[in-house]
Design a protein around this ligand. Structure first.
Ligand code: PAF
Length: 293
């Protein structure tokens, strides 16, 4: 595996692969890798990538002033060996100055879908994400880039950006990888104490309750949200931030319950904030209706 710290090292290796007919796959991450990230590497491979680049840059501009940038978990040694054993061709681990040199003054703002939920609670977050992702896409110039559906609103923001700006890349969104009890893998799970870890699958269970309600024909946003909230009520140490049903492209309340939907949630367990979501395909909803008739 090639280790690149600079844009020049990155471009040299990617250019060589491209000249010999390589298909470049790209998986942007913030490091502290887990099986969820590694499944994105597999996703790139399945989509035809022959040269997979993974970046592990902890991007400061997507963290708010009171968020966890400085304590965000890092383990470069472990990341390197995990990627190597997954057959990744290049690890891009740039220094801060390489990404944001003095005088850097540009930001990408995606209107609309960046506004609700995470956008409202984490002002500036999606601007930081869109800017770094566009910058990394321009640095790597991949054919395919893969993101995890766990960050569903991030996926929608990036899809909007790539379409609006005609970025020449194919975006792929890979399914969330979960622990046996349903908890979505996340680098931030490492913050949870043993007690908190036990409570954490509550979020998944609430989302499942919402998903089942939609599939069973309850097509009433507030009723579904109430049902999800009730499923976590009175659990000590857990504070629900939101539990909602939304349109997966706009993140607004759904206009039509027969199309694709998403149940999405965020909660605080102690001082750790976790997010998750479940996708409900429009076809799943209509099939259930047919069965019910
Ligand atoms: O999903 C993440 O890990 C980050 O938001 C990303 C896409 C790597 C940008 O920093």
């Amino acid at each position: 595996m090639i280790l690149a710290h600079s844009l020049e090292e990155l471009r040299t290796a990617v250019g060589a692969s491209r000249r010999s007919g390589g298909v470049i796959g790209f998986v942007p991450t913030m490091g502290f890798l887990h099986e969820g990230h590694l499944s994105l590497v597999d996703g790139a491979r399945v989509a035809g990538a022959t040269f997979v680049v993974v970046s592990t840059f902890v991007n400061p501009t997507q963290f708010g002033p009171s968020e966890d940038f400085t304590r965000y978990p890092r383990n470069e040694e472990r990341d390197r060996s995990l990627l190597e054993s997954r057959g990744v061709e290049l690890l891009f681990h740039p220094e801060l100055q390489e990404v944001y040199p003095p005088g850097f003054a540009t930001a990408i703002r995606v209107e609309g879908v960046s506004g609700p939920l995470e956008g409202q609670r984490r002002p500036g977050h999606f601007e930081g994400v869109a800017t770094i992702v566009l910058k990394l896409l321009n640095m790597v110039q991949p054919d395919i880039a893969v993101f995890g559906r766990k960050d569903a609103q991030q996926c929608a923001v990036l899809l909007r950006m790539v379409r609006d700006l005609n970025v020449p890349v194919r975006l792929l969104f890979a399914d969330t990888v979960r622990e046996g009890d349903g908890l979505a893998l996340s680098s931030r799970n490492s913050y949870l104490s043993a007690e908190e870890r036990k409570a954490a699958p509550l979020l998944y269970r609430a989302l499942r309750a919402g998903q089942n309600a939609v599939v069973q024909g309850i097509h009433d946003g507030p009723a579904i949200e109430e049902l999800m909230r009730r499923s976590v009520a009175d659990t000590s140490g857990v504070v629900v931030d939101y539990l909602v049903v939304v349109d997966p492209l706009t993140f607004e309340s759904p206009a039509d319950f027969h199309r694709d939907l998403l149940v999405a949630g965020a909660m605080r367990i102690g001082s750790t904030r976790i997010i998750d979501n479940l996708f409900i395909a429009g076809s799943e909803i209509s099939h259930a209706n047919l069965r019910a008739r």
